[in-house]
Structures are given as C-alpha cells and as structure tokens.
Design a protein around this ligand. Structure first.
Ligand code: HEC
Ligand code: HEC
Length: 208
C-alpha cells in the first residue's frame, strides 16, 4: 500500500545518478549548459515518439498518447519512473540515467504535443451510454474535468488509448500503481473488470 513498498521492490533504482555529474561539472568550473545536461533526452526523443505514437508513428501496445498531458504532471511521472515510485521496466530504463534537466526538457516537449484526435465514426451507442453512466456514478469528471481534458496535476483521459486506460485502471486496482495521494487506488477498488473495460471504451471513443 505505501509507496515505499514499490520503491523497495524496484531493483533498477540508483540514488540520484545524475547529481554527482552535475556537481563535478560545477567543481571543474564547466558550464552545465542546456546542451550538455539535456543531451540524453535529445538523443532518445525519436524513440519516445515512436513508442508513444507521436506524429505518424503507431503507438506501441499499452503505451499512452502523450498529447494533452500538462508539463507538470508529465514531469511528476518521469521522476516517479526514475526513482522507482512508478513501476514500469521500459520507462524506467528510458529515464534512469537522465538528469533533472533532461526530464524537464522531456516534459516541456510533451506539453507541446497535440492531444489525441477524437474518435472517428460512431462508437457503439449502448457501450457509450453504459460508460457515461459509470463515469457519472464514480464522478470521474469531478477531478479529470467535465470534458476529461485534465489539468496541471491531473492527467487527461479524453481519447486516450483504450488499452492504456484499461491497464492503468487495473494497475491502480491491484495497487501496482499508487500515484499521487492514492486517490485512484480508492476509485478503482470497486470497479469490476467489465466496468474497467466499459470506462476505457467510453473515454477512448468520445467524439467532439
Ligand atoms: C519502448 C516503448 C517506449 C519508449 C521508447 C518510451 N516510452 Fe514512455 N511509456 C511507454 C509505456 C508502455 C508507458 C506506460 C507505462 C505504464 O503502464 O505505467 C509509458 C508511459 C510514459 C509516460 C506516462 C504517461 C501517463 O499518462 O502517465 C510518460 C510521460 C512517458 N512515457 C514519456 C516518455 C518519454 C519522454 C520517452 C523518451 C525519453 C518515452 N516515454 C519513451 C513506452 C515507451
Ligand atoms: C478524487 C479525484 C479523482 C477522481 C474522482 C478520479 N480520478 Fe483518475 N486520477 C486522479 C489523479 C490524482 C490521477 C493521477 C494519479 C497518479 O499520480 O498516478 C488520476 C489518474 C487516472 C488515470 C491514469 C491516467 C494516465 O495518463 O496515466 C486514469 C486512467 C484515471 N485516473 C481514470 C479515472 C476514471 C475512469 C475515473 C472515474 C471512474 C477517475 N479517474 C476518477 C484523480 C481522480
């Protein structure tokens, strides 16, 4: 339940791997300018884009769309992956050697991306109705926004990838992911597998 449990279980964690490098640069009187401290993100940016389906790329299975996520929330998540507070082998390996400046550059890049396109065509009306009723019942919009567009400490849900939404809800329900103030653990606890599928379908298929 406590975040420290997930932290202890994460083997890849190294305490502040980038700090000594920055301190060293400072000691030598070298300017730790943006070009130096953000270089790892710049090198990996294309990989980020490929997996997350930025531009023409097709997103990898269970990778979220990043467009629409605010810089502050993105930074919190990237730090959580780096420190082992959010468990995901792929993402942790992506950011474990990144400096704070790298993570800031990454979150600024994310904040500039366009949000995922609204669903095309007409989604199954019965499932949409069932999803709307569940979202209403559990008051999802009270935190994520009436249009599910999120905010500075709140991720957007609107037109997020269906498989990722379902995975995230399962991760909260099973306490594999705890997150800020454990709000979502409490929300996801009473949801059945079918509720989760229905909510994921509904949020992913909202039309404008
Ligand atoms: C090999 C595929 C892959 C690559 C490369 C990758 N990611 Fe990810 N990313 C994922 C997956 C999968 C998740 C979902 C993790 C989970 O389920 O907790 C994720 C999650 C995230 C999240 C959390 C989003 C949210 O809604 O909570 C952010 C932010 C993110 N990635 C940014 C990046 C950045 C920046 C890079 C490049 C430095 C990157 N990713 C590279 C696959 C990838
Ligand atoms: C009390 C406020 C609150 C309510 C109500 C709420 N959420 Fe959340 N939700 C949050 C917070 C805060 C986060 C970020 C948690 C974290 O740090 O991992 C979040 C994260 C999520 C995520 C992860 C998104 C991502 O990009 O990784 C999903 C999916 C989600 N919520 C779905 C829902 C659904 C569906 C409902 C309604 C059944 C709901 N939420 C109701 C506060 C809330």
């Amino acid at each position: 339940m406590a975040p420290s449990k997930a932290r202890a279980a994460w083997p890849g964690q190294r305490p502040g791997p980038c700090l000594p490098r920055l301190v060293l640069l400072g000691c030598l009187g070298l300017a730790a300018g943006p070009a130096m401290t953000q270089e790892i993100f710049e090198e990996r940016k294309e990989q980020c884009a490929d997996c997350h389906g930025v531009g023409d790329a097709e997103a990898m299975q269970e990778a979220p769309a990043l467009g629409g996520i605010d810089a502050y929330y993105a930074l919190l998540q990237l730090v959580a992956f780096r420190e082992g507070d959010r468990e995901n082998a792929i993402m942790s390996s992506m950011v474990e050697d990144m400096s704070d400046d790298d993570l800031r550059a990454a979150s600024d890049w994310i904040a500039e991306l366009t949000r995922p396109a609204p669903s095309e065509g007409t989604p199954d009306a019965q499932r949409m109705e069932a999803g709307a009723a569940l979202a209403e019942e559990h008051r999802c919009g009270s935190c994520h926004g009436a249009e599910y567009l999120g905010g500075s400490q709140m991720p957007p849900l609107r037109n997020q990838h269906e498989d990722y939404l379902a995975k995230a809800l399962h991760d909260y329900k099973t306490e594999r992911r705890i997150g800020a103030r454990a709000a979502m653990v409490e929300i996801a606890e009473p949801l059945s597998d079918e509720d989760i599928d229905t909510l994921a379908f509904y949020l992913a298929h909202l039309t404008d």
